[in-house]
Design a protein around this ligand. Structure first.
Ligand code: NCD
Length: 361
């Protein structure tokens, strides 16, 4: 595996994904054989934002591989509360730990942090931007259940605007072939246009619909998501959007017998508890798979001892800093970050912020 850091799922090649999936399957079938794989290695879990599954599944994964874990789940208890910037925290942690997993509320924080570490760095969620290890979990579960990750009819429902799991999953699926997507959301919470453009440019069929009833009978996969309360400016704005899409036994009765229901969890009210007993509800199995695929990822990233320091020194002019117009972008608060942009190709060429992918011009 040549992967230096996992910021975006698309950092992984398709062959590397198949390798990870194979290894996760082996670990799942004989976990005891891997109990000493990471003996003497230290994982740092830096969680600047709440998490249950992602943080605990990373920590469990490392312990089950025989390694150890350090970190924080409340930056208020670390030097961050004294005003330490991200660069300094990451530099210091890199001198203690062998591998780092970080979750941060700002979009683009993962790329920013990865610039300042010589250790394998894993994005465990950066604001509403990306969540690549959830995507590993989702693809592993879909492959296990359907035997493939293309040629499927996939519904995604809920907060498609802020849902980083949706953003990462859709961009990842583009690497493996074509699917038909039903995007179920209100107008205010629709999928960002740059991801819709990417889906279409890659030959997928995309339907934007406003109710589950319009498409549930056509789906192989239904990916439900929570309305991301923490990304709204006010409680009032959140309340206007919440409670609109609820998967219950009546809607499940309209769906196909082989539908698979996924959800990255936590659930709030978008799936009623009665659905949990339906064999088509795979979300708890999906959460368990998250631990196996993270075990595989940790093993593969630690195996690869490539030079991870090169980018910061060779790639950029660190004297030229960058402030992105996206108010949620990490460059708004960490003002030393070097100017980095991507060229947007296709029908509306321009430039986007390399940290958060927001269109600049
Ligand atoms: C998701 C996340 O944090 O983005 N949860 C997770 O990692 N399993 C989804 C969510 O919080 O809604």
């Amino acid at each position: 595996m040549s992967l230096k850091h996992l910021v975006d799922f698309n950092d992984i090649t398709t062959d590397e994904w198949f390798g990870l999936q194979k290894l996760a399957t082996e670990i799942k079938s004989r976990p005891a054989d891997f109990a000493d794989y990471c003996k003497g290695k230290l994982l740092a879990t830096l969680f600047y934002e709440p998490s249950t599954r992602t943080m605990l599944s990373f920590q469990t994964a490392m312990y089950r591989l025989g390694g150890s874990v350090i970190g924080f789940d409340n930056p208020g208890n670390s030097s961050v509360a004294k005003g330490e910037n991200l660069k300094d925290t990451i530099t210091i942690i890199s001198s203690y730990a062998d591998i780092i997993a970080m979750r941060h509320p700002k979009e683009g924080a993962a790329l920013a942090a990865s610039l300042y570490t010589d250790k394998p760095f894993i994005n465990a969620g950066d604001g509403g931007h990306f969540h690549p290890t959830q995507t590993l979990t989702d693809l592993f579960t879909i492959t296990e259940d359907k035997g493939r990750i293309s040629g499927l009819s996939i519904g995604l429902c809920g907060d498609l605007k802020h849902g980083r799991t949706v953003h990462s999953l859709l961009r990842a699926l583009c690497m493996f072939g074509q699917n038909t997507f039903y995007l179920v959301s209100t107008l205010s919470l629709k999928l960002p246009q740059y991801i819709i453009d990417t889906l279409k440019q890659n030959g997928n069929t995309v339907y934007e619909v406003s109710s589950l009833e319009e498409c549930i009978d056509k789906l192989d996969i239904l990916y439900m998501t929570r309305i991301q309360k923490e990304r709204f400016a006010s409680e009032e704005q959140y309340r206007q959007q919440s409670g609109q899409y609820i998967l219950d036994t009546e809607k499940m009765a309209m769906a196909r017998k082989d539908l698979s229901v996924l959800h990255p969890l936590p659930r709030v009210d978008e799936i009623t508890e009665s659905v949990d007993f339906d064999p088509r509800a795979l979300y708890f199995k999906q959460a368990k798979n998250g631990m196996f695929i993270r075990m595989a990822l940790i093993i593969k990233m630690l195996e690869n001892d490539c030079d991870r320091t090169a980018d910061i020194y060779n790639l950029m002019d660190v004297s030229k800093t960058h402030v992105c117009p996206n108010p949620a972008c990490i460059t708004r608060t960490e003002n030393y970050l070097p100017a980095l942009t991507n060229d947007i190709k296709g029908p509306r060429p321009g430039q986007s912020c390399k940290y958060c992918d927001f269109r600049i011009n």
